[in-house]
Write a protein that binds this ligand. Structure first.
Ligand code: NAP
Ligand code: SF4
Length: 667
């Protein structure tokens, strides 16, 4: 008996039998775009196939040039393209896996001046305005989708996925918001649906019976003028009749102002819509978005919400996700914490995607931890993200590692991050590292301050002593109302009802959220705050947001005059800024700090004095490196390296810290 009988149960879709119901969802890695990256892409997918996943879906490939996501982006339109893909499909098949090619036409999301859409419109997230496809152009585009599917079959793919969600071209045809046509492809809901239905129908003609066609359907558009629920259900019936084998589900257009996959989205927040759709269709339905554990996947399959479960980032984070679940080693899974820091933030910045917790992801051929010939003794000082990563990576190579941590617990900045509402997933990262240390037999010494003498005799020393909060020299900084963010988040200080936050970087924004958040908030409340309503009553699933009731009055202050939260993550920053607005957090930019006293925080703004009458002042003014030990050891000629915040405190983030740890061990 297994703990995951439903997840591990095979399923037959068309002529294809999948070994289990775990699907690695589509995600663009940046390895798709250039032919010289094909061997890396093959290695990336092969590692995931070896890890046991049932079906892999590639990143999106355009059916023609007008469908490119950006100039010279991935495309499947010629026999030469198909030929190159044989290396990828063979690598996956050699590992016993199955792989589908996703066909994605970007429409008005294409980052090129040559983009096309149903009508001449511009997406709010793209500087380029699309031109309208001619009636013949629409017909040609439909044929291009079908041709791409035929080429995928020729390349050895086991299936295709037609990307009909997230606001790309197919959605743009489906929604009155973006389809203003009056020809055979627009004007009424039925005519707007012709585009995807014809794509599926002609694709079926080209690939023949039995070849699986997955259609990714947008369940909730989450934009004004999106599809109504009746239209979504009608479309599902029509694509089923036209020849789709599976319906995968998507939530929200990229331009939607509701977060759908970042950490603050509760796990499984959207699966209720999948369950509703499943009642309507006869073909298998796949759930997606914020499903990141085998337990949740199993539950969704067991309770009949879905027939398959798609997980994109979780399989990026841990290629062995399925094998670990099957072996009931789920506590060894690198759980995706939905931070987007190294995956989607990279993809949207035109960089290659990887994973913050697993920097080897997407770099399988480059970042290799080769076993050492002669194990060395390695001391790692500091049990935060950098130290944990280094300790695990050196031990994975076969070195004998001792990890010194001054406090009584491992985790460093992770321990603070996991206190932030919606960032509780950081606890999973810590659980993973702890378990790895245990399995690898790392000698962990808690409550132990390493010194030059206790480190004598180690072949190599890695200093990862982290950072300490910066306390700026403002008159009154020693006042009893002043606390550091670290004291606040660890619970050693408690804030009053009226709070000023000094510093509006990533941590200041997080702390403002922490201070205003109502800890009793449920998933239903979360959806209501973001204005997500019952799609059968509200078109696109959007309704009037329910106001938040902040538990404190908070003012966020910075010296810069730029917009607060500007430097936050590309794909998540807007949502953090929106939460502050929802919670009524006041913001003061361009401030000079004058004094902190019994009355509160005294500022000068635009040359005028301003007093914030507050009970507590929380300091989030960045950090300073803690590197005395490193300086001491280096001065004494000890072979020592420094990584993480102890190396550079500015713009420190866990992504850099973890990657430094792995790279140091690999080198
Ligand atoms: P940070 O982003 O560098 O922000 C610290 C802020 O403190 C600065 O924006 C600065 O703003 C202010 N400051 C600096 N020196 C000061 C001084 N002497 N007196 C008064 N104010 C001062 O650092 P952080 O907020 O501590 O975050 C640390 C790292 O974690 C960053 O890399 C951050 O991106 C990352 N992080 C990101 C997120 C996220 O993306 N959601 C969340 C948490 C942490 P002014 O100079 O304008 O006052
Ligand atoms: Fe998940 Fe973050 Fe890794 Fe992306 S970078 S796969 S969101 S843990």
């Amino acid at each position: 008996m297994t703990r995951y009988p439903h997840l591990l149960e095979p399923i037959t879709i068309g002529d294809l039998t999948l070994r289990n119901r775990a699907v690695m969802g589509s995600m663009h890695t940046g390895l798709e775009d250039w032919f010289w990256d094909v061997p890396k892409l093959a290695a990336y997918f092969a590692e995931r196939a070896r890890g046991g996943v049932g079906l892999i879906v590639t990143g999106g490939y355009a059916p023609n040039k007008r469908g490119w996501l950006k100039p010279f982006a991935s495309e499947m339109s010629t026999r030469l393209h198909a030929e190159r893909h044989k290396q990828v499909t063979a690598a996956v098949h050699d590992e016993g896996g199955a792989i589908a090619l996703q066909i994605l036409h970007a429409g008005r999301y294409a980052y090129t001046p040559f983009s096309v859409s149903a009508s001449a419109t511009k997406a709010p997230i793209n500087p380029f305005k699309a031109s309208a496809l001619s009636t013949r152009g629409v017909d040609r585009t439909v044929s291009d989708f079908a041709r791409a599917a035929g080429l995928a079959k020729r390349a050895g793919y086991d299936a295709v996925e037609i990307m009909g969600s997230e606001g790309y071209l197919i959605n743009q045809f489906l929604a009155a918001r973006t389809n203003h046509r009056s020809d055979a492809w627009g004007g009424t809901a039925e005519k707007r649906m012709r585009f995807p239905v014809e794509i599926v129908r002609r694709t079926r003609e080209v690939v023949g019976e039995g070849f699986p066609i997955v259609y990714r359907l947008s369940l909730l558009d989450l934009v004004e003028g999106g599809q109504s629920w009746d239209e979504v259900v009608t479309l599902a019936h029509l694509v089923e009749e036209a020849g789709a084998t599976v319906i995968n589900t998507g939530i929200g257009w990229h331009e939607a102002r509701v977060p759908t996959i970042i950490t603050q989205v509760p796990r499984g927040a959207w699966t209720w819509t999948t369950a509703q759709l499943k009642q309507e269709v006869g073909i298998p339905v796949c759930a997606s978005n914020r499903i990141n554990t085998p337990e949740l996947a199993e539950q969704l399959l067991a309770d009949g919400t879905a027939d398959l479960v798609s997980m994109a980032r979780p399989l990026l984070a841990d290629p062995e996700f399925v094998n670990k679940a099957a072996a009931e080693r789920e506590d060894e899974i690198i759980t995706c914490i939905a931070c987007n820091q190294a995956c989607l933030d990279h993809a949207f910045r035109n960089q290659k995607a990887s994973c913050m917790l697993n920097p080897r992801a997407g770099r399988e051929t480059e970042l290799v931890l080769m076993p050492v010939m002669r194990p060395r003794t390695v001391a790692v000082v500091g049990g935060g993200p950098a130290g944990l990563s280094a300790a695990v990576s050196f031990a994975e190579r076969g070195d004998r590692v001792t990890l010194f941590e001054k406090s009584t617990e491992l985790g460093g900045q992770f321990r603070l991050a996991m206190q932030i509402p919606g960032k509780e997933e950081f606890a999973e990262a810590l659980r993973y590292f702890r378990r790895r240390l245990e399995i690898l037999g790392v000698d962990v010494r808690l409550a132990t301050e390493a010194t030059e003498s206790s480190l004598a005799g180690f072949d190599e020393v890695v200093v990862a002593t982290g950072v300490e909060p910066r306390m700026p020299s403002i008159p009154g900084i020693d006042h009893s109302s002043v606390v550091s963010y670290a004291d606040l988040l660890t619970g050693s200080a408690v804030a009053g009802k009226r709070v000023a936050v000094i510093g509006a970087g990533g941590i200041g924004v997080d702390v403002a959220h922490f201070l205003t958040h109502d800890p009793t908030e449920t998933t239903e409340d979360w959806l209501a705050h973001w204005g997500v309503g019952d799609p059968s009553m509200h078109r696109g699933g959007l309704t009037e947001p329910r106001p938040r009731e902040p538990v404190r009055e908070v003012t966020l202050v910075q010296r810069k005059t730029s917009m607060i939260g500007r430097g936050l993550g590309k794909t998540s920053g807007w949502a953090h800024r929106a939460v502050l607005k929802q919670a009524g957090v006041a913001q003061v930019s361009g401030a000079a700090y004058r004094l902190i006293d019994d009355r509160g925080l005294h500022l000068t703004v635009d040359g005028e004095p301003l007093l914030l009458e507050v009970d507590t002042v929380v300091v989030c003014a960045g950090q300073e490196s803690v590197r005395d030990l490193y300086d001491e050891l280096a001065g004494a000629g000890v072979p020592v390296s420094v990584i993480g915040g102890a190396d550079v405190a500015t713009e420190l983030d866990a992504k850099r810290a973890i990657e430094q740890g792995v790279r140091l061990a690999a080198s």
